[in-house]
Design a protein around this ligand. Structure first.
Ligand SMILES: Nc1ncnc2c1ncn2[C@@H]1O[C@H](COP(=O)(O)OP(=O)(O)OP(=O)(O)O)[C@@H](O)[C@H]1O
Ligand code: SF4
Ligand SMILES: [Mg+2]
Length: 428
């Protein structure tokens, strides 16, 4: 077996990168542009013909908020995930992006069934995992694995690497005890670590190497789906690319599907042909890479994109205009009425407070939840959704109108969609 770490040039030792320049610190893309040896692999393409391995439908996770005192009553609910629907193709990957607290990790924990959802479906390979008991879930535990954000706290410092990576093999009894060590060494080799280091402790490894240990542990049971919860955000920029490349190599080699969770849009561009943007428990925009990065229609996505330094533009001496959002993210215990984003949206109008915008399909593989979808500054003057909702342009009841029955949000995409120019449903 090739002992070079997947994602690393054969003679490139990990983390011998020298001190990063100012440009490298800007962001991952800037670092990659400056360091050809850390170029990410070519981003995979979307294959719309592949069946989903995971279908999430109208998923909700409400955490109860209890009063203090002797008798602890439920006084509210944290609406961490609030009616989310999407698909992850078999062997493919979906990026899930959003600010801190928008519900990304809760989503990951629901899919791995570390949490039992309040309602909704989590259909994995044809089975709805949402209602299953702990005992009923056992056969699926090995199929869905999680890589955690923090490579420091997610590994037990008192256990050797061999014990950590071998634990799933022992617990699930997948190989005879005598073969556990051999399998552990194979896994360490696959993730680019020295197989002879199985008896070392996590503190003897760097951050990037620890994340490789976490990946080896997640790989041990040969999962079909991995939830990677910000797997590189705790690492230096130059190491991020190596770990992303490793994940991409593993995806290609073993056909593993990924839900790749990230804070910003720069890292998922290299990994995911499809991206979902979350705000306060809901998906506000989802689409293929070209739609999201090329012509996003939601003001929040555009604000996130404006925060990503554009390397090409920087090279010619310019910088994308930054869209600054005012205010903080509201509490998910008491989210704003109508559109959750309205308290920070620069173009919010009356209808935004009265009606939640439907997640409307507006392209072949593009959905957006906004009454005024379009590029900021060129967005429509009148809401495009009022007729569909059966209300007037201010969101008041329209005596002659009625809500369009087709507005139910489903996972995946239809063959027909709402054309933003003609304002009618049609097919390309
Ligand atoms: N076990 C819990 N009990 C109560 N509230 C919770 C629990 N877990 C998460 N929350 C709340 O749910 C919301 C979403 O949290 P979550 O950790 O999913 O966000 P996130 O998008 O992963 O944020 P970050 O980017 O900071 O990791 C937050 O308001 C959080 O405080
Ligand atoms: S629905 Fe209204 S508040 Fe929400 S993003 Fe669109 S314009 Fe802004
Ligand atoms: Mg999180």
């Amino acid at each position: 077996m090739n002992t070079a770490a997947p994602g690393l040039p054969a003679d490139q030792p990990e983390e011998v990168s020298g001190s990063p320049s100012q440009a490298e610190l800007l962001d991952l893309e800037a670092a990659l542009a400056a360091r050809p040896e850390f170029q990410p692999h070519k981003a995979p393409e979307l294959d719309p013909t592949v069946k989903p391995i995971l279908t999430v439908e109208n998923l909700k996770m409400y955490f109860p908020v209890k009063s203090s005192g002797l008798i602890r009553r439920t006084i509210g609910q944290v609406q961490a995930v609030d009616g989310v629907s999407f698909e992850v193709p078999t062997g493919g990957s979906l990026g899930l992006v959003g600010e801190s607290g928008c519900g990304k990790s809760t989503m990951g924990r629901l899919i791995t069934r570390l949490y039992k959802p309040t309602s909704g479906r989590i259909e994995f390979d044809g089975t709805d995992l949402a209602p299953l008991s702990t005992r009923e879930l056992k056969p699926y535990r090995s199929d869905v694995q999680m890589i955690f954000q923090d490579p420091y706290s997610s590994l037990n410092p008192r256990h050797t690497v061999g014990t950590i990576v071998g634990a799933p093999l022992v617990i699930h009894d997948v190989v005879p005890k005598k073969q556990v060590l051999t399998r552990v060494q194979e896994l360490l080799e696959v993730v680019g670590l020295n197989p002879e280091h199985y008896n070392r402790y996590p503190n003897e490894f760097s951050g990037g190497q620890r994340q490789r240990i976490g990946i080896a542990r997640a790989l041990a049971l040969q999962p079909k789906l991995m939830v990677a919860d910000e797997p590189v955000s705790a690492l230096d920029v130059s190491i991020q690319a190596q770990v992303v490349n490793l994940l991409q190599d593993l995806q290609r080699e073993f056909g593993i599907a990924f839900l790749f969770i990230a804070h910003d849009l720069s890292i998922v561009r290299h990994f995911c042909p499809e991206v979902a943007v979350m705000y306060l428990g809901k998906i506000v925009e989802i689409g293929d890479r070209d739609s999201i990065y090329g012509h996003s229609y939601h003001p929040y996505t555009q604000a996130l994109l404006s925060a990503v330094p554009d390397v090409k533009q920087a090279a010619i001496g310019g910088r994308r205009e930054r869209i600054m959002l005012e205010g903080d993210v509201p509490s998910p215990i008491n989210p704003p009425s109508g559109c959750h984003f309205r308290t920070r949206c620069p173009i919010a109008r009356e209808i935004c407070a009265k009606h939640e915008p439907p997640l409307l399909q507006v392209g072949k593989r593009h959905k957006v939840a906004c009454h005024f979808p379009g590029e900021l500054g060129k967005h429509p003057v009148e809401p495009l959704t009022s007729r569909l909702l059966g209300v007037d342009d201010d969101g008041n009841p329209d005596p002659g109108g009625s809500p369009d029955a087709s507005l139910v949000t489903k996972p995946g995409y239809d063959d027909t969609w709402f054309d933003l120019d003609t304002k009618t449903f049609g097919r390309a």
